[in-house]
Ligand binder design. Structure first.
Ligand SMILES: NC(=O)c1ccc[n+]([C@@H]2O[C@H](COP(=O)([O-])OP(=O)(O)OC[C@H]3O[C@@H](n4cnc5c(N)ncnc54)[C@H](O)[C@@H]3O)[C@@H](O)[C@H]2O)c1
Length: 438
């Protein structure tokens, strides 16, 4: 049975911790450039992709946005938090992603977006030192303040519903511990200022408590532990994460499934990057890098399944490096060297040199996630939204399941989920109906 979906009437508030960063400002300026008909939303499935419905002979291929009832771009209203006192135009200038000629066309709009004071503590992001922050009281008080902010924003902006997206800096790696195991433990931890509760967790808790969906764009544990699953269930809100899948990992999840499909072996996969934006600077700290490394390393394991294919992938050496190199700014350069082998074990090599633009790849991912999470909310879905794995480096899944990292499986899953939501037949690609086989 397909779920009931409420109509997307009214405005949607998009609340972003990290409002003035590179990803956020590139996303917001981009949405406004599209709304003003100046640019096209390349990279966004919700805006540009079609979906096949029914048999191939039926020729029904609507745009996704015409098939599922998504909010309109004109209905998005932006707000959020940062730890520096600047507006979104100043943030975008500092990030240096967009060309001046583009940014100036939406300057008036971007200057109207101003962050609320952030929840921050340098213990969790060593390389940053913001001065636009809430007074550091108990963590429970901070969560209450964020809940007040959410209420205030909703009232002042007149939006109908909200979605939160974490697009702030990567925090240190915090593996789940006792305090994360139940909501009761977590709430006690908030009162007692437990050190394993980071600012991103405080935002996530406040959002879920306010009945607002939460998307985690960074690799942190943030919303991916039992206490948050419990809260999402109790408040009946959807959650999704983690770590936007953009440059090198996107390539990895495109190429690895292809090599595996053809049973080509891999001895080693060495990935290195140079990156000069603030994200690169934050990741220069070994503790923040550890969060990113954990997220980046996990993809090959689940795609290649070395346990099932020990001859092909049992000895794979996988290494990921990120080097902070200021001259490059947001224009990251990634190199991959892949040592593969084929028939009779004969070795071959693949080299990939990806000159990408990090935030240009991330912005449409943010847009799609916001629109799909709003859809999930209106479809009355709760908990982990695994169908959105397509957009994440390290997808959240139900405890005990391994994540699907293969981009093509993720893509099929996403489209079938949309068909399921709309009560249409799922597509298996079996295709026997077109042939007289027996
Ligand atoms: N392609 C990509 O760009 C990409 C891909 C995957 C994940 N990410 C993640 O997205 C996040 C944002 O990336 P970015 O390039 O925009 O980084 P950025 O440094 O340009 O922006 C981060 C923003 O977050 C703010 N911030 C930091 N801590 C905060 C807090 N506790 N509360 C509120 N604001 C806070 C910073 O002041 C800054 O404005 C990072 O965690 C990054 O790892 C980015």
């Amino acid at each position: 049975m397909a779920p009931e979906i409420d109509n997307p009437k009214g405005k949607v508030g998009v609340l972003i911790p990290g409002l003035c960063g590179a990803v956020s400002t590139t996303f917001m300026a981009g949405v406004e450039l599209v709304r003003r008909n100046i640019k096209k939303p390349y990279g966004s499935l919700t805006q540009m992709q079609t979906i096949r419905i029914g048999k191939r002979t039926e020729h029904r291929n609507p745009l996704i946005k015409d098939f599922v009832p998504l909010a309109n771009l004109d209905d998005l209203v932006f707000g959020g938090w940062d730890i520096f006192d600047m507006n979104a135009y100043e943030g975008a200038k500092k990030a240096g992603v967009l060309r001046n000629e583009d940014l100036e066309k939406v300057k008036d709009f971007m200057e109207t977006i101003h962050p609320m004071k952030g929840v921050f503590n340098q213990y969790y992001v060593k390389k940053l030192n913001g001065d636009y922050i809430k007074q550091w009281g108990s963590k429970l008080e901070l969560a209450n303040e964020v809940m007040e902010d959410i209420k205030e924003f909703k009232k002042e902006s007149g939006v109908d519903r909200l979605v939160t997206v974490w697009a702030a800096s990567t925090e240190i790696y915090i593996p789940p511990s006792e305090v994360h195991l139940s909501l009761e433990n977590f709430e006690r931890g908030l009162e007692e200022n437990h050190k394993d509760i980071s600012p991103s967790m405080i935002y996530a808790y406040a959002a879920l408590k306010s009945g607002v969906p939460f998307i985690n764009g960074a690799p942190g544990t943030t919303v991916d532990f039992p206490a948050m699953y419990e809260l999402a269930d109790k408040m009946h809100v959807p959650i999704a994460g983690k770590d936007f899948k953009t440059g090198q990992t996107l390539m990895k999840t495109i190429i690895a499934p292809g090599l595996k499909a053809r049973m080509l072996g891999i001895d080693g996969w060495f990935s290195t990057n140079i990156l000069g934006n603030r994200d690169g600077e934050v990741l220069d700290d070994p503790e923040s890098f550890k969060s990113k490394e954990t997220s980046k390393l996990s993809v090959l394991e689940t795609i290649l399944q070395p346990d099932m294919y020990p001859d092909l992938y049992g000895h794979l050496y996988h290494k990921v490096r990120i080097n902070y190199y200021p001259p490059r700014g947001d224009n990251k350069e990634g190199w991959d060297n892949i040592d593969i082998f084929g028939w009779l074990g004969y070795p071959m090599q693949i080299k990939i040199n990806f000159l990408c633009r990090d935030s240009i790849l991330a912005a449409p991912v943010v847009l799609d996630l916001v629109l799909f999470m709003d859809l999930a909310q209106r479809a009355h879905l709760k908990g982990i939204q695994e169908w959105l794995s397509f957009y994440f480096k390290s997808p959240m899944v139900a405890p005990g399941l391994y994540p699907e990292n293969d981009l093509f499986i993720q893509h099929t899953k996403l489209k079938n989920f949309l068909r399921y939501l709309m009560g249409e037949e799922l597509i298996t690609h079996l295709g026997v109906e077109y042939y007289d086989l027996r």
